[in-house]
Structures are given as structure tokens and as C-alpha cells.
Design a protein around this ligand. Structure first.
Ligand code: GLC
Length: 584
């Protein structure tokens, strides 16, 4: 038999190029993405101070969470992230840790924690702890010792500038009234560095002894059975210790100058080698900066972390240079959608994304991204839940959003507790700024809005505590609460449960290719998800008006999988805040 040589050559090249393609770029419309449990879970974030108080001191605690385990399970939740519950003076609500290996007495004991972990495990729920590794508390024994003498073995656990060298090179600080990142310490005649408040000294990751202590502590939690970590302010751990001069006006661009120091990824890779790679864990960094910077944490080949979250979408629509002051003109919705599309495509080949619309550093998602007016509260809460649970990324869902909690909107500065708000207020005041305008803006964006107690029922303090809570409950708890919504089939709460089931039952919602549709629509967020021949269309009206959408997709025979009105629109228009997921 005569073989046509040139045909064989062509065939070889065609096959070879197909082979290369599938290697370098997994086709996301089929199931070539590596499946992992942490890609498939919804992470429910619990702010322990505000979840449930069991001992009547007005502060939530571990036993309080234990009493609500069945509720958490009833949400269809399979992973939780607990904000810090370690020993701490609580000046930044636990992000100032004085002992990483113990539980803060107000939250309970280690035995309580073990019982909580057991309770979660019995229900098949994974537990992620918060790890604050950029800084500790000035009450931590490391700092107490370090600040006594330059001879202390702990002196090098921190960054110091000896006073005999003169003024330290300017560094910015986020929670400092003077926005100055160095604080003088008399006993050592040197300044210590703090990117956050002066009670949060930055740890010196250059020092291998510090790093080993940190790894040992992380192993201790993992050996207990914890399933992963949310890593606070991780992008800041490496500093350029040649201390080059930096501009004084950070102009909102903190990430650019201060995050991603020269040895950041060496440290994260070392942490992976020494700790993380030995366990099946979920890890998520509070990352900073653009796609390229964030991707470095999560590209599997680099062996660092699993996930990272970015700030581009959540910080969108604030006035530049005025920390978290909402732009009175609103925000550019078309641009906002494009940010999600950009971050989705960032992780097509490598890594994995996250999606969140709120957390303990943010206001309530309903007030910020939906509409908390009584007539729109339910619709827009459900619409936002649909967004979070239908994207190609691990959803991080903040406690209380499942019942549509909204901002408390304090009028007076004395009502606030948060160090960030109080620092910014003092700065505006010192500059002779407009304090009334500042406080108006903070009704939308300040962190305490997202920290008010969970609204369980109609009893005193929303059923959170029988004592005066550390922050008051939102007065709307008499109608917005778990007990009332649990019984109501059409409630925000039961919509959340339904949406959770939908995500669990439809792999396409987890792994399917994401494609933005009608991208220039200024009211509707529309996209498709596609996997192994299954295709969904998600339509979300972000406006309080009837909106039209041009998808170019025939929906006449499409099946409605979920909808937040009693009947779904199928004529190319959407009712105010309507959300529909179609199966095409
Ligand atoms: C992170 C935390 C925030 C805290 C800060 C300092 O951004 O999420 O709550 O205040 O780091 O640790």
C-alpha cells in the first residue's frame, strides 16, 4: 500500500496542534478544569462578635455559633470563614492578635472551639480561620519583649528604625490619625513600623525565626482539623528593607507602593512548602493590585495559595483620594460589569477566583449594591444573591445577607466603634473638612454598617443577646429576621436556600464558561454559563425601573430555573431588580 507522505505530514501537524491546544488552554466549555472541594463550596462568613451571644455580655461568642450550627447547615452551606477569635485586646476587633494559639476569653475557651469544630465536621462543613500575618498586637509577648531592648531575641521580629539614624523614611499608615507608619519607642530608642494602627506592629518576615514560629502556629491549627485560612493583608508582609523614599501622598494607591514587596512570593512559596502542601486546605489571600499581581498567588504552577480576592469591584464608585466616600453621581455600571468579566478571564487557564459583595470591611450589600427601600429590599437582595451564586468563582457570602440585612446608617460619630471610621473622621476634622458630608457618606460605606448583630427574631436585640449589644441591632429587625423568614416560602432567606441548591445541583454554575452578554446595557447584568452542552442564561436587573435586555438568545423554549418574582418575564424586559436564571 502506497502512503501519501505529504498527507501524513499534514495529519501529524494537525494532531500536534490539537494536542498543544488542549494542554495550554483547557476548554472551559467542557469539564477539563481540575475539580476541587474549595471551588464547589459557598463560604459563609461569620463575624463572631455579631453572630450570637450565649453568655449575655453583649458580644457574640463560640458557644453562640454552636447554638446556630443547624441553622448554618439549613442554608446548604458547606464551608465557613470565622473572623479572628484569638486572644486580642480587640482594638481592631481581633485583627490585633496577642496570642495566636489561644481563644479570646470573650469568645470562649479552646474547649469551646474544639466543640465548634466537631459540630461543623459532624455536619460536613469545612472551617477556615482568619490568619493575620502582616502584624500582631502590641500586647503580643513578641512585641512586649522586643520593645524592652535591642538585645531582645524578639527585637528582630519587627521592623525598626534606630533613632540615631535620624527621621525614618516616610511610610503611610491606614489606621493612624497622622497617617504616619512609624512610632517611637523610648526603651529601644527606635521607631517601629505599623502599616495599620500603632497598636498593630508589622512583623518582620525577613527574619527566619519569625517565619518558623508562624509556620508552627499554622500547623497547630491545621493539626486540630481546621480546613484552611483566609489570610489577612497578606500582600503587605514583604517590605523593601533598603527603605527607599516613597511619595507622601499615597493618593489611594496603597497597593502600588506598599503591597507586593520584593520577597512576598518567596515567603508564600516557603509557607506552602513548609505548611500548606502537607494538608488538603483552602487558602485565600486578601490580595492587592491588578490581575497580574493577584494571579501570582493562585497560579497552581507557582505553588502558593488556592484563591485570592481583589478590591477592584468592591471599591468601585468611591471618590478618588477620599477614602470610601461614595460618588454622589453613582457608579458606572457598564464598567463595573466589565471588571467582573476581566477577573473571570484572568483565571481561565490558571488559578481560581472569588466573588463577594460584602464582608466585615464593607457595608451591607443590599444598601451598597441593591436598594434597601422597603418596596425593593426583597427583590434586590435576591437579585444580588443570584449574582454571587452564579459566577465562576468561589462565593464568599456574608452572614445576614441571606435575610437581606441593611446598613444601620448612624448619624453621629459617637455611635461608631470602628478604628477605621474614627481615624478617618479625625483626619477630616484635623484638615477642617466637612464632617457632616463625611458622616453622610459613611452611612453608605462604613464598616460598622456590616457589623451590627445578626437578626434572629423579633425579641429584644433581635434575639442576638439579652444584654446591650456591643453595636445596636438595626431597628428593622422586627420585620427582617430569620424566624419570620424561615416560615415564609417566598422570603429572601428561602430564596438563598433555593439558589444554594441550584448551584449544588448544576455543576455548570461552578465550572461553566462565563460569557458577558449585552455588555453595554446600563441596567442589566447578563451572562451565560456553559459546560458539557448545558447552557444557562442569567439576567439581573440592577435598576428600580423596568429594563430591557438584548441577548440575541432565543428564550422562548428556555426553562426558568429560578426567579425572584412570582412569574418570570420572558419578553426581553425585566421588572425592577428582577433576577432570572434560564436553562437554554
Ligand atoms: C484586613 C481586615 C480588616 C483589618 C485589617 C487590619 O483588611 O480585613 O478588618 O482591620 O486587615 O488587620
Amino acid at each position: 500500500m502506497r502512503i501519501n507522505k505529504s498527507l501524513l505530514v499534514i495529519l501529524f501537524f494537525v494532531l500536534a496542534s490539537l494536542g498543544c491546544k488542549s494542554k495550554s488552554k483547557p476548554a472551559t466549555t467542557n469539564s477539563t478544569i481540575e475539580k476541587k472541594w474549595w471551588k464547589e463550596v459557598t463560604v459563609y462568613q461569620i463575624y463572631p462578635r455579631s453572630f450570637k451571644d450565649s453568655d449575655g455580655d453583649g458580644v457574640g461568642d463560640v458557644k453562640g455559633i454552636i447554638s446556630k450550627l443547624d441553622y448554618i447547615k439549613s442554608l446548604g452551606i458547606d464551608a465557613v470563614w470565622l473572623n479572628p477569635i484569638y486572644a486580642s485586646p480587640q482594638k481592631d476587633n481581633g485583627y490585633d492578635i496577642s496570642d495566636y494559639e489561644n481563644i479570646h476569653p470573650q469568645f470562649g475557651t479552646m474547649a469551646d472551639f474544639d466543640a465548634l469544630l466537631k459540630g461543623f465536621k459532624e455536619r460536613g462543613i469545612k472551617v477556615m480561620m482568619d490568619m493575620v500575618l502582616n502584624h500582631c498586637s502590641s500586647e503580643h509577648k513578641w512585641f512586649k519583649e522586643a520593645s524592652k531592648s535591642r538585645e531582645s531575641p524578639y527585637y528582630n521580629y519587627f521592623h525598626w528604625w534606630p533613632a540615631e539614624k535620624g527621621e525614618p523614611p516616610y511610610r503611610w499608615s491606614i489606621f493612624d490619625e497622622k497617617a504616619y507608619g512609624w512610632e517611637f519607642n523610648k526603651a529601644t530608642n527606635s521607631y517601629y513600623l505599623h502599616y495599620f494602627a500603632d497598636f498593630q506592629p508589622d512583623l518582620n518576615w525577613e527574619n527566619p525565626a519569625l517565619r518558623q514560629d508562624i509556620y508552627k502556629m499554622m500547623r497547630m491549627w491545621l493539626d486540630k482539623g481546621v480546613d484552611g485560612f483566609r489570610m489577612d493583608a497578606l500582600a503587605f508582609i514583604s517590605k523593601d528593607t533598603t527603605w527607599p523614599p516613597l511619595p507622601k501622598e499615597y493618593n489611594g494607591n496603597w497597593g502600588l507602593y506598599y503591597a507586593s514587596g520584593p520577597r512576598l512570593h518567596d515567603y508564600v512559596q516557603e509557607m506552602n512548602r513548609e505548611v500548606l502542601s502537607k494538608y488538603d486546605v483552602a487558602t485565600v489571600a486578601e490580595a492587592m493590585g491588578d490581575v497580574e499581581r493577584v494571579k501570582k498567588f493562585v497560579d497552581e504552577d507557582r505553588k502558593e495559595l488556592n484563591m485570592a480576592y481583589h478590591f477592584e469591584a468592591i471599591d468601585f464608585g468611591y471618590l478618588p483620594g477620599e477614602y470610601k466616600m461614595p460618588d454622589p453621581k453613582g457608579y458606572d455600571f457598564v464598567k463595573w460589569k466589565s471588571i467582573y468579566a476581566k477577573w473571570d478571564s484572568a483565571f481561565i487557564d490558571k488559578g481560581w477566583g472569588t466573588i463577594y459583595l460584602a464582608n466585615h470591611d464593607q457595608p451591607r450589600m443590599l444598601t451598597r449594591w441593591g436598594n434597601d427601600a422597603p418596596e425593593f429590599r426583597d427583590y434586590s437582595s435576591k437579585m444580588l444573591t443570584t449574582l454571587i451564586l452564579s459566577m465562576r468563582a468561589t462565593p464568599y457570602y456574608y452572614f445576614g445577607d441571606e435575610i437581606g440585612m441593611s446598613n444601620i446608617k448612624f448619624d453621629r460619630v459617637e455611635q461608631y466603634n470602628d478604628v477605621e471610621l474614627l481615624t478617618n473622621y479625625a483626619q477630616v476634622k484635623a484638615k477642617g473638612g466637612d464632617l457632616k458630608r463625611f458622616l453622610e457618606g459613611m452611612k453608605i460605606s462604613s464598616r460598622d454598617n456590616g457589623r451590627t448583630p445578626m437578626q434572629w427574631d423579633t425579641t429584644l436585640n433581635a434575639g442576638f443577646s439579652n444584654a446591650k449589644p456591643w453595636l445596636p441591632a438595626n431597628a428593622n429587625y422586627t420585620t427582617v429576621n430569620v424566624a419570620v423568614q424561615d416560615k415564609d416560602k417566598s422570603s429572601v432567606l428561602n430564596y438563598f436556600r433555593k439558589m444554594q441548591r441550584l448551584r449544588k445541583e448544576n455543576e455548570v454554575l461552578v465550572y461553566g464558561k462565563f460569557n458577558l452578554v449585552d455588555p453595554n446595557n446600563s441596567d442589566v447584568f447578563a451572562y451565560t454559563r456553559e459546560l458539557n452542552g448545558k447552557k444557562l442564561l442569567v439576567l439581573l436587573n440592577f435598576s428600580k425601573n423596568i429594563a430591557s435586555v438584548k441577548t440575541g438568545i432565543d428564550i422562548s423554549k428556555a426553562k426558568v430555573l429560578i426567579n425572584n418574582y412570582s412569574a418570570a418575564s420572558n419578553n426581553g424586559t425585566l421588572k425592577p431588580y428582577e433576577a432570572i436564571v434560564f436553562e437554554l
